[in-house]
Design a protein around this ligand. Structure first.
Ligand code: ADP
Ligand code: ZN
Ligand code: ZN
Length: 747
């Protein structure tokens, strides 16, 4: 039976998405005619009563009937906008994403809008203006000898209309204004700020003399030819090959037609330097959207994008939802970066949504990376993306040579083999800089008791506390819990506590002792927490004096260090044998990215990778062949294991303060999934329900069920009916259930 046939009410109905965890829209009646200034339309905000609350929702559609009876339908309380907040493309992407990621629509809109708009603030602030009343001599004579009031009145008459700032500039007080108002000599009006004008099309660049190399030229020409419509390009270029230069040339072309460009960068990549680089190059307004903004700044930048007054919008993940008046191009830099996938709440992939959005807006999109994700490489192989290559470093001759050091039989000192220490010394003696990479911050990952074997674990999580040196403390890297460093074992009272494993702080201490005349600069999340501390460290390094740069993956992004000639990867094995099927891919990307920071023409770089499994094929391919070869062999493995991109995954997760309810919840869901796929003959594999690899995190037990299929459509069909079923299933309140489509993190 169709919805129309079931309808109990015929007439205009607003389907409203409200910020609630329910995955559906709610029907409301429009305001009665005499109160509404305009026909209601999709995309505007409305205030509605919802249960006992008053909420702000978005009209998703205007329907002609409802399955509810008239007496159950409430009219909206107010309509907050006269125009849709988001342009059509962004609106459609959000509807699509809510459906694809199975996330409540109201929460999806909430994620896309600046907080001020979510809270109901008008899109454009109203301002007051004053005009003179119709002249009447009798009234004017009221002023008598009030010279100042007379002056103000004639000022307003000659200006026609004045704003508060005009009055202030002319030196009139608010009191004078009030006096005129009281005598009815002037009238007060409120006026909505007009949208700012679109930015002016940029002149073609004339002051730029950089000559593109042949590959850059091919890339720019190929992309330029496709700029009239949708196409997705994968710009696969080694670090320093001039990808950014290619983006900027294409952006220039669009900006000169008055079209806006949206540039997404990874969380760590959005540095003041990145923004400065674009500001320096282009004369149009460049706005940035990131987590460091306050709400007023965010709202301003968002409006400038929406109005079309900003030519370039640079932002992290959520900037993908910024409406653009005149969209011309989307660029995703470092497209492989994991920060493009949101890991909680609305678990979307900004990269994937960007591709959908570009298609929706009929514009082109460029995904750039030195180490593209296997997903994107696969799309290029299937001809969904156009693959462009930049294989030459501009102005830098040789990419660094990689070598694996076999440490399986070596005595190691604080994570360093003798050979590695020798090589570091040599590079420093030649007055070069050295980079040491380890993906673990803190002093040591384990604190244990030598006497009884007790290990210091976080009570909230299934994981050890990391020991930190400054101040001496233990911290959980998963829930943020922190405590004083224990002086004795709580289990056997022995004082014989020992730290195991290595972290950046421990290595810093060791290197300072080993190379006591050389500065050691540690770059990790702890050392760069203070504002500008990273900039200061980078400045120090760029002076060029011999130093050891030590850090985590923060080093793998954005910055180039021309004086570094040796890159040491302390430990490749954790990535090689990770529980996560993407472990090797991520290891390869990080090694190649870190290696790309080093070397220049007169001083070619060296990369040394320590491993206990030096002959491992994956490592050998990475070290002796190209990233392209490496990713090809990774893709082969994924294909034979039928893992993404050759299949599609969805992770269903239940979390609760106890294990049992979480497990029960997923058991019920697993049974539903089984019945549904059997009934509809959908080949969907189920793994679980099983405890998550890290079963307890931040005080919650986590159980998960992994669904796998080779057709997205199958999964979507299952998830949609699962969500419909869930509404009636009444999960225990204590269980939090979540759906992660295309999960990045299975731990
Ligand atoms: P990527 O983004 O691929 O890492 P960039 O675009 O940042 O590379 O380029 C690296 C450096 O090379 C920059 O300083 C840039 O100005 C310079 N560069 C880019 N293209 C050329 C070129 N064709 N000739 C000379 N230098 C170039
Ligand atoms: Zn003990
Ligand atoms: Zn914890």
């Amino acid at each position: 039976m169709s919805v129309e046939a079931k309808a109990k009410y015929h007439g205009k109905v607003l389907q409203v998405a409200v910020p609630s965890p329910l995955r559906r829209v709610f029907d409301y009646l429009p305001l009665p005619q005499q109160q509404a200034s305009r026909e209601p339309q999709a995309g505007i905000r409305v205030k509605v009563s919802f249960g006992r609350q008053q909420l702000i929702g978005i009209v998703v559609a205007v329907a002609n009937s409802s399955i509810l009876e008239k007496k159950k339908l409430k009219p909206i309380l107010a309509s907050l906008d006269t125009e849709p907040l988001l342009n059509d493309a962004v609106f459609k992407i959000l509807l699509w994403a809510a459906n694809y990621y199975q996330h409540p629509l109201g929460e999806v809109f909430a994620a896309a809008l600046p907080a001020k708009l979510r809270n109901g603030i008008p899109l454009r602030e109203k301002s007051k203006v004053w005009t003179a009343s119709k002249p009447s001599t009798s009234q004017a004579s009221l002023l008598g000898r009030a010279v100042k009031q007379k002056a103000l009145l004639s000022f307003i008459r000659s200006a026609g209309e004045v704003t508060e700032s005009k009055l202030r500039q002319a030196g009139f007080s608010k009191m004078l204004l009030a006096q005129l108002l009281q005598k009815n000599l002037i009238e007060e009006h409120s006026r909505t700020e007009a949208a700012a004008a679109s930015f002016e099309a940029l002149e073609p660049e004339s002051n730029f003399d950089l000559e593109l190399n042949e590959e850059q030229l091919v890339a720019v020409t190929t992309i330029s030819k496709a700029l009239h419509g949708y196409k997705c390009f994968l710009l696969n270029g080694i670090t320093g090959s001039g990808k950014t230069e290619v983006y900027m040339r294409i952006m220039q072309k669009q900006l000169s037609k008055g079209l806006q460009c949206l540039v997404l960068v990874p969380e760590i990549g959005l540095t003041p330097q990145t923004i400065a680089r674009f500001k320096q190059r282009f004369s149009c307004l460049v706005v940035s959207l990131h987590s460091g903004l306050n709400e007023t700044e965010r709202m301003t930048a968002w409006l400038q994008a929406k109005d079309g007054s900003a030519g370039i919008v640079i932002g992290t993940r959520s900037a993908i939802f910024t409406p653009l008046a005149n969209p011309g191009l989307i660029v995703i830099d470092e497209e492989h970066d994991a920060s493009f996938k949101q890991q909680d709440g609305f678990r979307y992939s900004a990269r994937d949504l960007a591709v959908s959005r570009a298609r929706q807006e009929s514009i082109s999109i460029v995904l750039g990376s030195a180490t593209p994700s296997l997903e994107s490489l696969h799309n290029a192989q299937c001809n969904k993306f156009v693959h462009l290559h930049l294989t030459q470093r501009t102005g830098i001759d040789q990419p660094s040579a990689m070598e694996v050091i076999d440490v399986s039989n070596e005595a190691m000192t604080e994570g360093f083999s003798e050979q590695l220490l020798y090589r570091i010394r040599k590079h420093l003696q030649q007055r070069n800089q050295v980079l040491v990479f380890i993906n673990r911050r803190g002093f040591a990952p384990i604190l244990n008791c030598q006497t009884c074997g007790w290990i210091c674990e976080c009570e909230n999580c299934n994981t050890q506390f990391t020991v930190h040196a400054n101040p001496p403390s233990i911290r959980c890297h998963h829930c943020g819990a922190t405590a004083r460093l224990p002086q004795s074992c709580p289990s056997c009272k022995s004082n014989d506590l020992n730290t195991l494993g290595i972290g950046t702080q421990r290595i810093e201490k060791f290197l300072q002792k080993q190379f006591n005349h050389t500065p050691v600069i540690r770059i990790d999340r702890d050392s760069t927490r203070r504002k500008y501390s990273l900039e200061k460290m980078l400045e120090e390094i760029n002076k060029g004096d011999p130093c050891i740069l030590l850090g985590t993956q923060m080093l793998a992004k954005g910055h180039h260090f021309p004086n570094i000639t040796l890159v040491a990867i302390l430990d490749a094995d954790s990535g090689l044998f990770s529980a996560d099927f993407r472990g090797q891919e991520h290891m390869g990307q990080i090694i190649v990215q870190v290696a790309g920071r080093a070397g220049r023409a007169d001083r070619p770089g060296e990369v040394l990778i320590q491993s206990r499994h030096a002959s491992h094929e994956t490592l050998q391919t990475l070290a002796n062949k190209t990233y392209a070869e490496f990713s090809k062999s990774q893709l082969k493995q994924r294909m034979s294991a039928q893992l993404p991109p050759f299949s599609h995954l969805c992770l269903l997760r239940a979390e609760a303060s106890e294990r049992q309810p979480a497990l029960q919840c997923l058991d019920a869901i697993a049974q539903f999934c089984q019945r549904f796929s059997a009934h509809n003959s959908l080949p969907i594999e189920q793994l679980g329900p099983l405890p998550a690899p890290m079963e307890k995190r931040a005080g919650k037990y986590r159980v998960q069920l992994l669904l796998k299929t080779n057709k997205r459509g199958n999964l979507q069909a299952l998830l949609s009916s699962l969500c419909a079923e869930l509404e009636g299933m009444k999960l225990p309140r204590s269980v939090r259930f979540s759906i992660d489509v295309d999960p990045q993190d299975l731990v």
